[in-house]
Design a protein around this ligand. Structure first.
Ligand code: FMN
Length: 225
């Protein structure tokens, strides 16, 4: 399985420079070109970098380099530390990549994710990433009164592109399971204030697409540094 593109930028000694902030940038659209969520996530990363040039960016394209469905044996090894001795080459490679996914997330202070709405929810590539990132004892734990988030303090920004209209008050609002799902997932690991910027109704007409993108871009331009 191919790995990701750029590692965090380090100096000659392999250290991140000064007090660099680590930003993990993830894209998930199956469109290599003409993707709104990619355009929006790139704009968000650009905005944050302009405001804080000491940001070090690591980019992961989950559509170009999909993780694949999590299997029982890789899960046992990755999430439960089980000593699975007869993992085959494909499983070993999945295990190594799963570890990288988790480590990248754990060391990042800021995570920017471009997400298209697919069949009312997130792309399967993002679900596969979430299956590697949510690990008991690493990003959450089980307490007496439920799940405790262990990833508190991270800033997560989601740039969401939706073909139809799902905003508050629209007849389809209750069919939207991307923003709602991601809010649940990130709340579970302790990220309560997920920042979500949406371009809604982008496939309805060129006019609505342009207006939605313009609104999203002004929200991106107003992102706190
Ligand atoms: C496989 C697939 C499934 C989609 N499912 C939905 C959907 O359920 N609801 C919707 O409003 N738009 C749907 N769309 C449209 C996308 O949400 C829309 O085109 C969005 O811009 C995609 O993001 P992107 O431009 O970053 O690729 C779907 C598109 C694709 C390719």
């Amino acid at each position: 399985m191919s790995v990701t593109s750029k590692p965090f930028v380090t100096d000659a000694t392999g250290q991140l420079g000064g007090n660099a902030v680590r930003l993990l940038h993830i894209d998930t659209s199956i469109k290599a070109t003409g993707s709104l969520s990619r355009e929006m996530s790139a704009a968000a990363v650009g905005r944050l970098k302009r405001e804080a040039p000491n940001i070090s960016v690591h980019y992961r394209d989950l559509a170009a380099h999909p993780l694949g469905d999590l299997t029982e044996r890789v899960f046992a090894s990755h999430a439960k530390g089980a000593d699975i001795r007869d993992l085959d080459q494909a499983e070993l490679s999945d295990l190594a990549e799963s570890g990288k996914v988790l480590d990248e997330f754990l060391i990042s202070e800021v995570i920017v994710i471009g997400v298209p709405l697919y069949n009312l929810t997130v792309p399967t590539s993002l679900k596969a990433w979430i299956d590697r990132m949510l690990v008991a004892g690493k990003t959450f734990s089980y307490g007496a009164s439920g799940v405790i988030g262990l990833a508190r303090g991270k800033r997560v920004i989601v740039l969401l592109a939706r073909g139809g209209l799902y905003g508050e008050g629209s007849p389809n609002a209750h069919h939207e399971h991307a923003e709602t799902y991601l809010r649940s997932i990130f709340t579970m690991i302790g990220v309560e204030n997920l920042e979500v910027i949406v371009a809604d109704g982008v496939d309805i007409s060129p006019e609505l697409r342009a207006a939605a993108l313009e609104r999203a871009m002004s929200s991106i331009a107003a992102l706190a540094a």
